[in-house]
Design a protein around this ligand. Structure first.
Ligand SMILES: [Zn+2]
Length: 359
């Protein structure tokens, strides 16, 4: 039985109790109260997951990808200092999994050149998994030395995308990760696979659900512990989600599949809702909606974490994450970037606070 991590959370409860009163004797009573406690996160392979009254999973895991997928697509250079402060705020907010770094060549992705420094200086919390993207063995060695808990490998579900970006077939591109996969297992690290362009491709357009299933199978065969179904260019709609997710579920345990949605066309929350209905219980999100789309300059990035948390809260789904603390983190990084957060919920909650403070 594998757990994804532990979290602290708040809850309400009712109870009965006895009490002693000073000078007036003893008595019994009932009451309600709030309290804090610790619990385990989503439990893979533990049988049918608990459900909310409306049939949704009772808890989901939110993977914060802002420090990597988000910042990597920002134009401005972000100093290590700011990245560390951001990751520390996210750790404090209660995430059990944060994508914090990428060990790719700084020639390709200058924004991630500070990854070793970031990993060395963040305030780690026990039980939190810090993930990093790793393109090859050189990246793996650097990631392992930096103490990442999970390495992320990737493959596209689009043949055109694979050819255009890395000049080889999908099958070859995934096969190239075999040594990284073996090394990750040997080091006792978690291995996550990401299926990019699972809902559409900037070069070939439509992507068949069977192509997604095929990449999921290849990543499963490499030993991935978790697999992301990623809408890299943010073109998915709920109807598509309802065909692609079942194809992936046919190849891999549903409780270890995740939905990674970009909000390019404003469909990300709707796609997450459709994924919940399909049984997916892990979602990626980026604080303040950090990031962009390398294939549509000026477009928005990942779905904002604040918006996802607001949705989950409204559905009665537990995330173990403190939304207020994430709003703070979102306002912090947006201030540095010199713009408003790309999060409706984040900005609304921040405005509400300012109004309350001014009243
Ligand atoms: Zn992404």
């Amino acid at each position: 039985m594998a757990t994804y991590g532990t979290y602290t959370g708040t809850g309400t409860g009712t109870g009965t109790g006895t009490g002693t009163g000073t000078g007036t004797g003893t008595g019994t009573g009932t009451g309600t109260g709030t309290g804090t406690g610790t619990g385990t996160g989503i439990d893979a392979g533990a049988g049918p997951a608990a459900r909310t009254a409306s049939g949704f999973p009772a808890c989901v895991k939110i993977v914060e990808v802002g420090p990597r997928d988000g910042l990597q697509n920002e134009q401005q250079t972000i100093p290590a200092e700011i990245k560390i402060a951001l990751v520390d705020r996210l750790t404090a907010a209660g995430f059990v999994n944060i994508e914090a770094a990428s060990f790719v060549s700084p020639k390709w992705v200058p924004q991630m050149a500070t990854s070793t420094e970031v990993m060395a200086r963040i305030a780690r919390r026990p039980g939190v998994v810090y993930s990093a993207l790793v393109p090859n063995m050189k990246g793996f060695e650097a990631a392992a030395a930096a103490g990442v808990g999970e390495v992320v490998i990737f493959g596209a579900a689009s043949e055109a995308f694979s050819q255009k970006n890395i000049n080889c077939s999908i099958a070859e591109s995934i096969e190239r990760f075999r040594d990284v996969a073996v090394a990750a297992k040997a080091h006792g690290l978690r291995l996550r696979g990401s299926v990019s362009c699972a809902f559409g491709c900037p070069y070939q357009g439509a992507v068949a659900p069977a192509a997604v299933a095929d990449v999921v199978r290849r990543l499963r065969e490499l030993g991935c512990d978790e697999i992301d179904i990623a809408d890299t260019i943010g073109v998915a709609t709920p109807a598509l989600v309802k065909t692609v997710m079942p194809a992936a579920i046919g190849e891999f345990p549903v409780e270890r599949l995740s939905g990674h949605f970009h909000d390019t066309y404003g469909q990300a929350l709707a796609n997450i809702y459709a994924s919940l209905e399909a049984g997916i219980t892990i979602y990626h999100a980026s604080v303040a909606g950090l990031g962009g789309c390398p294939y549509a300059k000026g477009a928005t990035g990942n779905v904002a974490t604040e918006d996802v948390l607001y949705l989950m809260q409204g559905l009665g789904i537990d995330t173990g994450i403190d939304l207020d603390a994430v709003v703070d983190a979102g306002q912090f990084i947006s201030q540095f970037l010199g713009r408003a957060a790309v999060s409706r919920a984040g900005n609304a909650l921040a405005a509400k606070r300012r109004n309350a403070a001014a009243a």
